[in-house]
Design a protein around this ligand. Structure first.
Ligand code: 3PY
Ligand code: MG
Length: 258
């Protein structure tokens, strides 16, 4: 039976959406606990807008794996070398924000994939433990089971989506509806649920499918996540750890003070 690190790729092409939790709080156990909730298939560790640093991400990954789920860190903008380090630590995939050019996409892919496809350097010691693979087998198979998500969240990226998807080593696009709304409105509005963004969301998915690749997206709540799942997105991020905390606190306090 493949490990959770290897199973992400199969899950993404399994015909139903992979729902992922989204963690930004700097406490690894939160990711480990959320990984055990029913319906949560994976956990994103957000190092761009979350306050998770490398050490906390590296600590969270085995806790998520212990629940049998894959961890998918989102790296900070252009910190592509961090992608390799997180894969060494046992991440199953990487989300890279603000991939706006083909060159960005190539750089990102080169840090995710081993030669000859990319330029990832050897040293996946925790990943060997989490996958149970021998070094030679990990080296031979990792490019095939690790997933790279290039975030398309600007007007420029959307205009070039076919070229970004065509980059060898880019497995998927990942849509950021909030930044995309800012970009599409040329800075006029934050409107991630607006008609222009919704049209772009359908367009991006269609282009990914036409390229034979995958598409992921961020949803701030369950209703929007259901919408994206129905549209056919392969990976759907739902809310965030802080949103879960606030929703739970609000619901319980409402009941307590009714
Ligand atoms: C966006 O909506 O811009 C994102 O990056 C999702 O977190
Ligand atoms: Mg964004």
């Amino acid at each position: 039976m493949p490990s959770s690190v290897q199973a992400l790729a199969a899950g993404l092409s399994g015909g139903r959406p992979v729902f992922t939790a989204w963690c930004g709080l700097p406490e690894p156990s939160i990711a480990g606990y959320l990984a055990r909730e029913a319906g949560i298939d994976a956990v994103v560790l957000d190092m761009q807008h979350g306050v998770i640093d490398f050490l906390n991400a590296a600590r969270a990954i085995p806790l998520v794996a212990a629940a049998g789920k894959p961890a998918i860190p989102r790296i900070p903008v252009v910190e592509f070398a961090t992608a390799s380090r997180l894969l060494d630590a046992g991440a199953a995939g990487i989300i890279a924000p603000m991939i706006n050019t083909v060159e960005d996409a190539r750089r990102f892919a080169s840090f995710v994939k081993f030669p000859p496809q990319g330029e990832r350097s050897w040293g996946p010691h925790p990943a060997l433990t989490l996958t149970g693979l021998q070094p030679a087998e990990y080296f031979r198979t990792a490019n095939g089971f690790l997933r790279s998500f290039a975030m398309v969240e600007t007007r420029e990226a959307l205009d070039r989506i076919d070229a970004i998807l065509a980059v060898d080593g880019i497995d998927a696009v990942f849509i950021g509806p909030s930044d995309l709304s800012i970009g599409l409105s040329r800075g006029a509005a934050l409107d991630p649920n607006g008609a222009e963004v919704n049209a772009a969301i359908d367009h991006a998915l269609a282009r990914a499918k036409a390229a034979g690749k995958l598409a992921g997206i961020y949803a701030p709540n369950g209703e929007r996540a259901a919408d994206f799942a129905k549209r056919g997105y392969h990976l759907v991020a739902v809310g965030s750890d802080l949103a879960f905390l606030r929703a739970g606190a609000a619901a319980m306090m409402k009941a307590a003070t009714a």
